[in-house]
Design a protein around this ligand. Structure first.
Ligand SMILES: C[S@@+](CC[C@H](N)C(=O)[O-])C[C@H]1O[C@@H](n2cnc3c(N)ncnc32)[C@H](O)[C@@H]1O
Length: 221
């Protein structure tokens, strides 16, 4: 099936609210599990960047799991970040170590190769030009940085899209069902991601299918 890109930013208020209120604990736990498999030992005073952090659930989970680390989350949609700011108010113990940055990629504010760890969940499929994510990682990650990108995998048929929407969004609000369907069509295949990594000079990163709808791109630069 051909890729059908969707709008990049999730900046409609009702869309951001529905997303922030939805239960993504299964996918977000899978993300954290993949992170721990990649790096089983503690992280000491590392700087972590979460690209396309949305309402910052994974950003905050990382800050809680790695209490010696500074975690920055970046998103282009202020409507999404507003939910992240609220979550941070509810978790004041994390406030000194978490920074939420409002900016759209590609971003000049990330130049400097400062980050020890760069992560991203469900951003890649939003990008009209996915190379923007790989370019950003090269721009802001230190040599030998740890990278974990997780995203949806594009199904092979319309029937498979319908089945995933039924399985995972049957009772979800209309706006979430719409977004999930659009996201599945906008997602990439393993082969497309591998070509992008080759073109970006990031072929050390490995692509792996980790669930019936997710792939990861992971490794050390
Ligand atoms: C599906 S959400 C994922 C949010 C979060 N990472 C999570 O796992 O719940 C994708 C996010 O990427 C953001 N985004 C899309 N394109 C972007 C860009 N070019 N620059 C910055 N953020 C972007 C959207 O605004 C949205 O908040």
């Amino acid at each position: 099936m051909k890729r059908i890109p969707e709008p990049e930013l999730m900046d409609e208020a009702d869309q951001a609210r529905a997303y922030a209120e939805a239960d993504f604990s299964e996918a977000n736990t899978l993300f954290l599990d993949c992170f721990r498999n990649l790096h089983p030992s503690p992280l000491n005073e590392a700087r972590i960047l979460d690209l396309g952090c949305g309402p910052a659930d994974i950003t905050l989970r990382l800050a809680r799991s790695y209490p010696r680390c500074q975690v920055d989350g970046l998103d282009g949609a202020d409507a999404m970040l507003e939910h992240g700011r609220s979550a941070l108010i509810d978790n004041p113990d994390l406030a000194g170590r978490v920074r939420l940055i409002h900016d759209r990629l590609p971003s000049d504010r990330l130049a400097g190769r400062d980050y020890d760890v760069v992560v991203s969940n469900s951003l890649l499929h939003h990008l009209a030009e996915p190379g923007v994510l790989w370019g950003t990682i090269k721009q802001c990650a230190k040599p030998n940085a740890l990278v974990l990108v997780m995203d949806l995998l594009r199904p092979v048929t319309d029937t498979a899209v319908d089945a995933l929407v039924e399985t995972y969004a049957m009772d979800a609000p209309d706006v979430l069902r719409r977004d999930f369907r659009n996201s599945l069509y906008a997602a990439l295949s393993v082969e497309e991601v591998e070509i992008q990594l080759l073109e970006a000079g990031l072929e050390k990163l490995e692509v792996e299918i980790v669930s019936d709808r997710h792939l990861t791109v992971a490794g050390y630069l």
